[in-house]
Write a protein that binds this ligand. Structure first.
Ligand SMILES: Cc1cc2nc3c(=O)[nH]c(=O)nc-3n(C[C@H](O)[C@H](O)[C@H](O)COP(=O)(O)O)c2cc1C
Length: 337
């Protein structure tokens, strides 16, 4: 095997494949299986403020209060995921003790006090790092973008400064300029940035004329959004880039590392192809590195990032240029989209 080692937030990883936060983490046997199949680290599912609030509020009141946000917690798992925060913290401890790969916790809070209070409690469980899941869906026309970003920046800054374990942020791509916000967060001391979270979108069932919440996973190809932003960020921030969304195959992982990722997170592919698929993704990476003569990841990480490309349009306006020139798509032999 080629040397697949990498480093994320100062933590050494045996390879760049991290299993991202998901319902699969509810079962510790799945986490053990992820480790056995070669995952370098896991992100335990998020602790949500709703779980914390639930100790104080009745479920109906809470559902009303938070309808427009946190679909990933409330809608797919209306009955399952309402474990209290204490139970969540105990499970984190158990997971940390049950595997030898790094365990990253995830937190999604609302108020600045809860962010800090629970980030500290999570740190006490002994996990290796914490991912701040900055999931936010605006519910009305009131708050402006600058205000939302400032609040998020303040939260990130206070958590990063208060904890001894490394802190990463997991963002959506729905900012006017994600690159600007990430570079500000970088200056506040984050050690990693996860590009990107994928929101569950509500749907409407036209038969019953009701809201529907289908359980939809990513599709192959979704990794092109994080690929673009990974390529544009590489070399411009101190934090490590962890690319996420639509990483299904070893070939996707290779592309993201070429763009500048230190590691990747995957979830949907594990639901669709099983946890055993981790092994084949790593084999693909190993095979490709051997074929190309790369001894380690450093030799090709960021090779195709924006800063290293001769063509300045490649990451920025590629499709527009192509349209303007009336170009036909050129598919090179062997290209795997
Ligand atoms: C069932 C399920 C539960 C999820 N729970 C969480 C969560 O607790 N915290 C979080 O940050 N992301 C959560 N996610 C999002 C994933 O971590 C990931 O960002 C998203 O699925 C995109 O990656 P993928 O394309 O590899 O699936 C969840 C995803 C799924 C499918």
């Amino acid at each position: 095997m080629a040397d697949l080692q990498t480093s994320y937030m100062g933590i050494k990883l045996a390879n760049p494949l991290i299993c991202g936060a998901s319902g699969l983490m509810s079962d510790i046997d799945n986490i053990v299986s992820m480790e056995k199949n070669g995952a370098a680290a896991v992100v335990y599912k998020s602790l949500f403020e709703e779980q914390i609030e639930l100790e104080r509020l009745q479920l109906d009141e809470m559902t009303e209060e938070y309808t427009e946000r946190h679909a990933e917690m409330i809608t797919p798992f209306p009955h399952m995921e309402h474990a209290g925060p204490l139970e969540h913290l105990l499970k984190l401890k158990k997971v940390k003790q049950g595997v030898s790969i790094p365990v990253i916790a995830s937190l999604n809070a609302l108020s600045p006090q809860t962010w800090l209070e629970y980030a500290r409690k999570i740190e006490e469980t002994g996990v290796d790092a914490i991912e701040l899941n900055l999931f936010y869906v605006p519910g009305d026309t009131g708050p402006d973008g600058a205000g939302i970003e400032k609040d998020q920046l303040d939260i990130v800054s206070s958590v990063a400064k208060s904890l001894s374990i490394p802190v990463s942020v997991k963002l959506s791509s729905f900012y006017s300029n994600p690159l600007n916000l990430i570079s500000k967060m970088d200056r506040e001391g984050i050690k990693g940035v996860v590009l990107f979270n994928r929101f569950f979108q509500p749907d409407i069932d036209t038969g019953s004329e009701e809201q529907a919440f289908p359980f939809r996973l990513s599709s192959p190809g979704y990794h092109r959004l994080p690929l673009r932003f990974t390529g544009m960020l590489y070399g411009k921030i101190n934090a490590d880039i962890c690319s996420s969304s639509g990483v299904f195959y070893g070939n996707d992982m290779i592309k993201l590392i070429l763009a500048g990722a230190s590691c990747i997170q995957c979830v949907s592919t594990l639901y669709k192809n099983g946890i055993g698929h981790i092994g084949s993704m790593l084999e693909d990476l190993d095979r490709w590195m051997k074929k190309k003569g790369y001894k380690n990841l450093k030799e090709f990480r960021g090779k195709l990032s924006s800063g290293k490309l001769k063509d300045p349009f490649a990451y920025h306006r590629a499709q527009y240029v192509d349209l303007l020139m009336g170009g036909k798509p050129v598919i090179k032999e062997g290209f795997r989209p």
